[in-house]
Design a protein. Structure first.
Length: 146
């Protein structure tokens, strides 16, 4: 019984930490954004080409881990973007990977959203243009399905 409670306590606490990740090209002295600043997620499958009017601030690859959650991964990336001064999370690859927790009595499986993203900064008009492109692409896709 004690081992089961310990396992659940570890899982509960692990949900409070950032998912395992690798970061590349992050600025040494970033200028963070306000904690309420809007951070836009852009899917590279919908907007495949980046316009030249942005500043690259780094790349992050999240990894599967015990206690992961989609909301936790997205929240971590939003906070990481703000920390380095990015207002765009450009999702280049998204997939679901599996993490396992083995104990003496049971095995628990977690299906984790893992993302490979670029963190970017762009002025507000560029973000608005991207949002319009995404909306147009989604509407076109809906019409093609009908």
């Amino acid at each position: 019984m004690g081992l089961v409670l310990l396992t659940f306590a570890v899982l509960f606490v692990s949900g409070c930490f950032a998912p395992p990740h690798r970061s590349v090209g992050m600025p040494e002295n970033p200028t963070p954004l306000d904690s309420l600043a809007q951070v836009v997620f852009v899917n590279a499958a919908i907007v495949p080409l980046l316009p030249p009017e942005f500043k690259y601030l780094g790349t992050v690859q999240t990894e599967a881990d015990v206690g992961c959650s989609d909301a936790g991964t997205v929240g971590f990336l939003r906070e990481e973007a703000r920390r380095v001064g990015a207002n765009i999370v450009y999702v280049k690859n998204a997939q679901t990977n599996t993490a396992f927790l083995y104990t003496q009595y049971m095995t628990t499986t977690y299906h984790c959203l893992t993302l490979h993203v670029d963190l970017l900064y762009a002025e507000a008009p560029l973000i608005t243009r991207w949002q319009e492109q995404i909306k147009a692409a989604e509407e076109k896709e809906k019409k093609e399905r009908k």
